[in-house]
Design a protein around this ligand. Structure first.
Ligand SMILES: Nc1ncnc2c1ncn2[C@@H]1O[C@H](COP(=O)(O)OP(=O)(O)OP(=O)(O)O)[C@@H](O)[C@H]1O
Length: 267
């Protein structure tokens, strides 16, 4: 099933050069990471998907809706965005109210919204904090609150902007399992991210943006094999892959688990 189609997308801010310069892509259910150096156009791209910006040229269709003829409020029923900084997203003074706000806004009844919010709180491991003030929580927990508020909306598409920032190992593992659960539910998960190790562990498809264009697009194994092109885009391979290169291995290994599966490694 295809959730998003993008045809020859162009975008310019009122001042400055074109930022998105002819992108054609489609997205099914495969968890997908969008990577690229600062200023490559990633945030602008997801704002276009969310209908927060309108294309200067080309078309975007999200769950059958052309973003040109659809309000951002209508698109919010299909596509949720977890902001990079939770402080930009949170505005209620009680966790449960914060998480119920999005679901209520897209038409869920009070009861549905409460049920979905409580379930989402369990997903993110904050079931005990429903009555807390979000600003009494740690930054990492506040990020989980913002993730829960998008999960509770039950949209077909969830976009994360830098989900692993301010997360320790435990937080990253939790986010990984949330991504997996969303995928199992048939949700398309897209992320903008600079953490290559996390991409290697949690995503399947990787798209590399460079100066508003798609430089690479494919399975993570294919994309991370292209060391020279990644370097050209000022990106690194995952650390394990770099180590394998240094060891002179020919195969591409992306994660510690894959590394340890190599028969030449004796634990
Ligand atoms: N509101 C704006 N007005 C004008 N130019 C902008 C605006 N927002 C972003 N830009 C410019 O658009 C280009 C792409 O920015 P964008 O934030 O989409 O890139 P990015 O890949 O998300 O970068 P980062 O990894 O730093 O978040 C940059 O040159 C940026 O300076």
């Amino acid at each position: 099933m295809i959730y998003i189609t993008i045809n020859d997308l162009h975008f310019s801010y009122p001042v400055g050069e074109e930022v998105i310069r002819g992108i054609t892509l489609s997205f099914g259910e495969e968890p997908t990471a969008i990577i690229g150096q600062n200023g490559a156009g990633k945030t602008t791209f997801v704002k276009l998907l969310k209908g927060l910006l309108q294309p200067s040229g080309g078309e975007i269709t999200v769950c059958g809706h052309n973003t040109k003829n659809t309000t951002a409020a209508e698109l919010a029923k299909h596509i949720g965005l977890v902001f990079q900084n939770p402080n930009d997203q949170i505005f209620k003074n009680k966790v449960l109210d914060e998480i119920m706000y999005g679901p209520r806004n897209i038409g869920q009844t009070e009861m549905e919204a409460r049920e979905n919010a409580l379930l989402a709180l369990e997903w993110v491991g904050l079931a005990e904090k429903a009555d807390a003030n979000p600003y009494d929580l740690s930054l990492s927990e506040r990020k989980m609150v913002t993730i829960a508020s998008i999960i509770a909306m039950n949209t077909k598409i969830v976009i994360f902007d830098e989900p692993t920032i301010a997360q320790d190992y435990g937080g990253k593992q939790k986010i990984k399992s949330i991504i997996r659960r969303l995928q199992e539910k048939g949700t398309l998960v897209l992320t903008i991210i600079h953490d290559m190790d996390f991409v290697a562990e949690a995503f399947e498809r990787v798209i590399v943006f460079q100066q508003g264009k798609v430089l690479l697009d494919g399975h993570k194994k294919e994309v991370y094999a292209k060391a020279a092109l990644l370097k050209q885009a000022y990106l690194e391979q995952p650390h394990v892959t770099q180590l394998c290169n240094e060891l002179g291995w020919n195969d591409i290994y992306l994660t510690v688990e894959e590394f340890l599966s190599n028969p030449s490694i004796v634990p």
